[in-house]
Unconditional design. Structure first.
Lengths: 310, 305
């Protein structure tokens, strides 16, 4: 059995790069370690549970309320107009007699989905862009990063506003516009990571085996940058949610009668003197959601990169 | 240092050109036109209008002419406000936005650096936890929630400051606080992190060993290290204060440049959109240059030669 054993040993020595990359995604000790650290951070766990709870409430809340009470985000109770919070309407009703709880839940659905999708889009574009730039190196790298520098110099929110006015005010295009402008930070982070990774031995090994450049980027470099990318991603989600609300507050985002947390807060701010609940509930939910997302993001960063702990 | 500055200034030229070209392309290739409105304009009048603004010429020619005018400091005419030039609109609105951002900046630096120092010097005590939790809350409260709440409490219940409008210094305070709080929170975290980086380094030990008072160690040596990340954050922070003031200007009814921009983008007011975007972009470019120079002054290890 000695001769076959050595032969398997040599094949093993040749294959590791591919196996390592796959294992990293599936969860090796680095990820288990991070997961353990994250679970020990009780505030981060609480934040995570809170976000899950809000997400669940946004998903099942509106149909549930429609089934039990028979109203949705558009149903008006004009006989009573705006009502202060009660058992029947825990968040009160708005100026047109619509139940505010349902509207906040539907608005939260918009916020969470736009935030997640835009951050996901930004992370994907940024990762591929950064990895390709630094792997190619030389003139390509310089040119690609100059583009990033120039986009950085343009006022971000103004760019999004221009894109929204070009693309039109729909939910899908809103997240495309946010994602299309929000990938710059990820691109820089990934580029920095790949710069140091591509000089390491396992990349050299993969290259000497004749692995094509595309596979080296996709299977060896990008999986190894996942840590910082996830950290950037978790902190991008609240930023994107904030920007969607910002646009909706300005009347550029989700259009009425569709509610969004931003437009609900705008309505509430206009009526806050008389109907305080129309500002306090959407504003409170938005703030708590952002707080939890930021706390979770901090926790994920501490867990994945203990050196960055502040 | 002078040579470094000169080189950086020369490098700005191609970047500026690319920015002009990119924003020109983005604004002009967008569908729609400044003269499409609900009521149909007769073709003769439309032709007249287009001739007045030079829109009847081919795009490359318009671009060359635009850059030429730009070099002479002429930003062109507004189509939405036909009786005003873009220069006039910016001259009226930008100082207002700028003063708002200045108040926000001073507020965020004062509060942020103080909280950061407390957090770092009293690391892992109740003081530290309180300061950092407050900072996280500050990062999470959006300006469009904080602003109306401040108006509700400070103006309408306590009658301390005017709820909206523009005139004297009292109109600056609430919008400035609203705009600056989120940055104060970020600055607090950065200051604390930066100070903790240097707090155990050799030069701090040397400073203590030679008998400097704790106060001097903190203010002269630790803070210097703590401010490095803050300085590099200032560029993006001021940029986002300037654009973020769109919302604050709306809440407090402040006559800044923000509402003009949103309006202009919707009405395809080409020259006004371009003028404001370019103004901000050049402001940012210069700001980043200033930040880099400041960085060198704070960190003697950086060599510009």
């Amino acid at each position: 059995m000695t001769t076959p054993a050595t032969s398997t040993a040599t094949t093993e020595q040749i294959t590791p790069p591919a196996v390592t990359a796959g294992d990293l995604v599936a969860g090796t000790s680095l990820w288990q370690d991070a997961w353990r650290r994250l679970r020990k951070n009780s505030m981060a766990v609480a934040s995570g549970l809170f976000i899950l709870l809000v997400g669940l409430a946004c998903l099942v809340g509106p149909p549930l309320l429609a089934a039990t009470y028979g109203y949705d985000a558009q149903t008006q109770d004009l006989a009573y107009g705006p009502q202060s919070p009660s058992w029947q309407h825990p968040f009160g009703t708005d100026f047109y007699g619509r139940d505010l709880l349902v509207r906040v839940l539907v608005g939260g659905r918009v916020s969470l989905s736009v935030g997640l999708l835009a951050a996901l889009l930004a992370a994907t574009i940024g990762t591929v862009y950064g990895a390709v730039a630094s792997y190619a190196g030389g003139l390509v790298d310089t040119l690609m990063m100059r583009v990033v520098d120039i986009l950085y110099a343009l006022p971000y929110m103004f760019l999004v506003i221009i894109l929204v006015t070009i693309l039109g005010k729909s939910l899908l295009l809103l997240f495309l516009a946010l994602g299309a402008v929000g990938w710059l930070l990820t691109a820089r982070v990934v580029r920095g990571q790949v710069m140091s990774l591509k000089e390491q031995d396992f990349v050299l090994a993969a290259r000497s085996l004749g692995t094509p450049g595309r596979d080296i980027v996709l299977r060896h470099l990008i999986p190894n940058t996942l840590g910082p990318v996830i950290v950037t991603f978790t902190l991008t989600v609240p930023a994107m949610i904030l920007q969607e609300a910002f646009l909706s507050f300005l009347g550029l985002g989700v259009q009425p009668p569709q509610p969004s947390l931003g437009s609900l807060i705008n309505d509430g701010a206009n009526q806050m003197l008389v109907f305080w609940w129309t500002l306090v509930f959407p504003g409170g939910v938005m703030t708590l959601l952002l707080f939890a997302l930021n706390f979770l993001g901090d926790g994920v960063r501490d867990a994945l990169d203990p050196r960055m702990r502040t | 240092m002078t040579r470094y500055l000169l080189r950086r200034l020369v490098e700005l030229v191609p970047t500026a050109l690319v920015i002009i070209a990119a924003s020109f392309a983005l604004v002009r290739l967008a569908p729609g036109s400044p003269f499409s409105s609900e009521k149909e304009i007769p073709p003769e009048i439309r032709q007249q209008l287009e001739a007045r603004y030079g829109f009847d010429r081919p795009l490359p020619e318009q671009f060359v002419r635009y850059v030429g005018n730009l070099l002479r400091g002429d930003l062109g005419l507004s189509t939405k406000y036909p009786q005003r030039t873009v220069n006039e609109i910016i001259a009226a609105g930008f100082p207002v936005t700028l003063s708002l951002a200045a108040v926000a900046l001073v507020w965020s630096l004062l509060v942020g650096i103080t909280a950061g120092i407390i957090g770092a010097v009293r690391q892992n005590t109740a003081w530290d936890h309180a300061a950092m939790t407050t900072a996280l809350v500050g990062i999470s409260v959006p300006s469009f929630v904080l602003g109306p709440l401040l108006v509700l409490v400070v103006s309408l219940r306590l009658h301390l400051l005017p709820p909206a409008g523009w005139g004297d210094w009292r109109h600056l305070i609430l919008p400035g606080l609203t705009l600056g709080t989120i940055y104060a929170a970020s600055i607090a975290r950065l200051t604390r992190g930066g100070m903790l980086e240097v707090i155990r380094s050799d030069f701090i030990r040397t400073a203590r060993a030679k008998g400097l008072s704790e106060r001097l160690v903190i203010w002269r040596h630790m803070l210097r290290g703590g401010l490095l990340p803050v300085v590099s954050y200032l560029g993006p922070a001021i940029a986002s204060m300037l654009t973020g003031s769109v919302v604050v200007e709306k809440i407090f009814n402040v006559p800044g440049i923000g509402p003009y921009f949103v309006d202009a983008a919707f009405n395809r007011d080409y020259f006004l959109v371009m003028g404001i975007v370019l103004l901000y972009a050049f402001f940012l470019l210069l700001l980043n240059l200033v930040v880099d120079v400041l960085y060198g002054l704070l960190d003697p290890r950086i060599d510009y030669s």
